[in-house]
Write a protein that binds this ligand. Structure first.
Ligand code: ADP
Ligand code: MG
Length: 568
């Protein structure tokens, strides 16, 4: 009779897992503890892949990256209060980047929290999450679990994707109900991210503008990469001949060596373009807000974005195209006769000439002194090795490590570059790298990290080793934030930007059974990376870089306010 009773009952744990599985969620990134440990165990027992991290921010960053890579919400699971808050950094970052993600956190007893009675890990998590994500929901009754999960998943992935918080109090997880009735509370989402077509007038307006342009330019952003409309994008670019500039995470959507890429003539392209079509890219700080002198003050903008509110946020948009990229490009292809939109040859030639000049200049700079090793020399070595493995995912963060690697390492495959993104944030490295390895089913990942940036998530080397993931972390070790040669004028303590230049990051991974390498010349970087990729397992290469190499804040030093000290 006992056995009969058990098969007829379900509980909150089971309903969460069943609801996730019913909606094709196959992976959870998390850190366990009260009250969600058994939830993780049950998910794993029911065939959901569970990846356990050492810190919730990193689990959250992994979930966010998984969302970007798969166009399905990545799931991050955390405990209450502090674990929840750690995850919130990633949830906010995902929302800023428009990556679909759901953070599910267990929470304390409502009646104790609401009267501030001082429960274990007491916190009003729903209220705390609200300002940092696209939406926050709480499930207060076991029979609402299916609805809560459906709502969270749809909100994350529909319209402009973003982060969603789902609060599940401990008591709800432990609530028991009749199994059949429980099953009826669950549902599978129909068309979670519906297509959105622009109106015909909007399409004609944009086509008209493009057809009349003398110096048209496309800016492809990570929204275009996310949309997985790769064939459409290529067809549009190649049938019109319009030059394009990829934002960093759109690199590889079309290969960086595509003849229409104006990446190597970016400044000229921005300065001179008269009609600019933004495709899944925002005109934010990363594009100087569309302002002169970086941009032609007379430029007119066409903006393709799923979010209507994004239009006019920085510059007036002459032709808004609100919809998903696939549908918008399909509509343009239908309404513009072949040959109507073209890119004048003089413009293409002008950009081509500038590109050739810049490529030659870069080749000169890449002949950096081998010793002491410079960023350029080390990163050229990385570039040459990964060129042989175009399926490699590149994760990239740091100041100089980011700026230089972005320009030096070419991408050839869509959605294979993950970096600091819209916030220019540090700390995404190991989380993004783990997600890339997990979601790709074992493609090689090379994480190019500044030594400072690496420190934010370095403990996840243990996670990488525990799961045996093919992640090679390449640390650009110049012994400091920005640079390693800053001096404290009082001489009594390290300067604020100083890190230990003698640090042996390679020994960190050896502690967990991974392969550690130390490289002092580009030739040693080449040898180490070649061997590490061939091994197919976790590795770390500590690249000893000249401490005087690098510039403060990399390419964005102008963002430092200047007071009476005159800045740096
Ligand atoms: P980048 O930093 O690469 O320039 P952004 O993150 O600024 O890119 O911009 C991405 C944009 O893409 C966001 O405004 C987002 O609303 C939009 N977007 C995301 N997915 C889609 C989609 N499927 N169709 C159209 N726009 C999208
Ligand atoms: Mg550094």
């Amino acid at each position: 009779a006992d056995a009969d009773l058990r098969t007829e009952l379900t509980d909150g744990y089971h309903l969460v897992v069943d609801a996730l599985r019913m909606n094709d969620i196959d992976t959870i990134y998390g850190v366990v503890g009260i009250p969600i440990t058994d939830l993780a165990r049950l998910a794993q027992a029911r065939g959901i892949r569970y990846i356990g991290f050492r810190h919730e921010s990193n689990a959250g960053h992994a979930a966010a990256a998984a969302g970007f890579l798969t166009k399905k919400p990545g799931i991050c699971l955390t405990v209450s209060a502090p674990g929840f808050l750690n995850g919130l950094v990633a949830l906010a970052n995902a929302t800023t980047n428009c990556f679909p993600m759901v953070q599910i956190s267990g929470s304390s007893e409502r009646h104790l929290v609401d009267l501030r009675q001082g429960d274990y890990e007491e916190m009003d998590q729903l209220a705390a999450a609200q300002p940092f994500c696209k939406a926050a929901y709480r499930v207060s009754r076991v029979e609402d679990i299916g609805r809560g999960i459906a709502r969270a998943l749809r909100t994350a992935v529909s319209g402009r994707p973003g982060g969603v918080y789902l609060d599940i109090p401990a008591a709800v997880l432990g609530s028991v109900m009749d199994a059949e009735a429980g099953a009826r509370t669950l549902s599978r989402l129909v068309d979670p991210a519906p297509r959105q077509f622009p109106g015909p007038e909007a399409v004609d307006r944009a086509v008209e503008l493009l057809a009349g342009a003398e110096r048209p330019l496309l800016v492809l952003g990570k929204g275009a990469a996310y949309a997985q409309a790769d064939d459409r994008v290529r067809e549009f670019v190649e049938s019109t001949g319009i030059p394009f500039v990829p934002m960093s995470m759109a690199k590889g959507l079309l290969p960086d060596d595509h003849p229409q890429s104006a990446a190597t003539a970016r400044s000229l392209a921005l300065k001179k373009a008269d009609v600019v079509m933004l495709v899944g890219a925002r005109l934010n700080w990363l594009l100087n807000h569309g302002q002169a002198p970086q941009w032609n003050p007379g430029a007119r903008f066409i903006h393709v974005d799923i979010e209507a509110r994004e239009m006019d946020s920085n510059q007036p948009v002459a032709a808004p195209l609100v919809g998903d990229i696939e549908s918008v490009l399909e509509a343009i292809a239908e309404r513009a006769k072949p040959g109507r939109i073209t890119a004048p040859a003089a413009w293409r030639a002008e950009l081509g000439a500038r590109s050739a000049q810049n490529v030659a200049k870069m080749a000169e700079r890449l002949k950096a002194d081998p010793h002491p090793m410079q960023f350029m020399g080390a990163l050229k070595a990385v570039r040459d090795v990964v060129r042989e493995h175009p399926e490699t995912y590149i994760v990239n963060e740091g100041a100089n490590a980011l700026d230089i690697a972005r320009n030096v390492i070419d991408m050839h495959v869509p959605r294979h570059r993950l970096d600091s993104g819209t916030w220019g944030v540090m700390g995404i490295g190991m989380g993004y790298a783990i997600a890339a390895a997990v979601e790709s089913g074992g493609a090689p990942v090379v994480a190019v990290e500044g030594d400072s940036a690496f420190g934010f998530s370095g403990m996840e080397l243990e996670t990488i080793c525990r799961y045996g993931l093919p992640v090679v972390t390449v640390v650009m070790n110049n012994g400091g934030v920005y640079r390693g040669d800053d001096v404290n004028p009082l001489g009594d303590a390290p300067s604020p930007t100083t890190l230990m230049s003698a640090a042996r990051h390679d020994r960190m991974i050896e502690a967990f059974g991974g392969r550690g390498y130390r490289a002092t010349t580009p030739a040693e970087v080449t040898a180490a990376l070649t061997e590490a990729l061939a091994s197919g397992g976790p590795a770390l290469i500590d690249c000893v870089i000249d401490p005087s190499a690098g510039t403060e804040s990399g390419h964005i030093a102008h963002l430092n306010p200047k007071g009476i000290t005159g800045g740096n």
